[in-house]
Design a binder for this molecule. Sequence first.
Ligand SMILES: [Zn+2]
Length: 326
Amino acid sequence: MPNYAIGIDLGGTKILTGLVNKGNGEVLFSIKQKTGKEKDAESIVEKIKLSIRELLENSKFDIAQIDSIGIGAPGQVDREKGILISAPNLNCENLNLKALMEREFYIPTFLGNDVEIATLGEMKYGAGKGFSDFVCIFVGTGIGSGIAQNGQVRYGATGTAGEIGHIIVDAGGRPCGCGANGCLEAYASRTAIEARIMGALKKGRSSVITEFMRDDKAISSKMIRKALEHKDELITQILFEASDYLSNGLATIINFYNPELIVMGGGLIDAVDEFYQRTITKAKAKALPVPASKIQFKKAQLGDFSGVVGACFLENTQKLKKTSNV
Ligand SMILES: [Zn+2]
C-alpha cells in the first residue's frame, strides 16, 4: 500500500514543499514559495502552514492519507524535540516547529537540517541508492555535507557532523562567516566564487562574463559555464583556483572517511561539468592511493527535490536512532 508524506525544504531564500509517494520517491505535487526579505519566525511558520494547506487542496488528498510531515531547516536543530535552535538566514531562534505543525495538522512532524534531508533523499532514491557508506557534498551559498552510514545519516555528538565547509584549507587565510580564517567555503562556495569574480571586475579585469550579465549583476552558474566555454582567462583562473581548494577538501574526506562514493550537488556542479570533472580528478590524485582506488563520484540525481523527498524519511531514521539508543 502506498504511503504518502509531506516534505518541506526550508531554505534561506525559498520554501519548497512536496507531496511524496514514499514507496517510489515520486513528488506528486509541489509548491515553491519565496521566504521574502523581511524574515521572522512568525511569517516563516505562516508560509509553511499555507504551503501545506495549498498542497492538500491542489492534490485533493485528504489529511488522513498523510503519514508524516518532515521539515529540513538551514541551521542547528534539536531532532528529538523538533526545535529549530538557530537559523541565522531565517532570523529564527528556538522555534518549536514540531509542536506548531502537530497542533495545526495533527500529523506527526519531524525536523532535520537541510543537508541531512538532501542526503536522505539521495540515499533513498538518488545517486546513493544501493550504497551504505557515502558522503554528499553540496556546493552552494556555503559548502555542506551529509555523511551516510548504513542507511542512516550520521549526526555526531552535537548533531553537526559533516561541516566540511569549515575545514581549514589555508591557515590564516580569508575570513569565513563562522569567525575562523581559511575555511573551505571561503574559497570554493558559489558565494566565494562570485565575490572573486565581482572583485576582479571592479578592479578593472576584463571578462566575457560581463556580456551575459544583466542589470542586477547577479552571476548564474550558466553564465560561468558560458564564460568557460569561451575560454575566458579570468573565469578560468578563478574557477580552477576554487576547484583546487575543493579537491583538497574532497581528498581529506577520501583519506579520513574512506567512503565508497561521494555524491556532489549544487547549481555549479550541475551546470559546469568541467569544474566538476577537474575537481574529482584532482581529488583522486591528491588522496592516498588505496582509498582513492575505490572511490566513486556521482552527481546528485534528485536536483531541487532531494531535500523534499529526504524530509519524508526523517521519521524512519529518527525512530531508528531512538530505538538504538535505548
Ligand atoms: Zn568557517
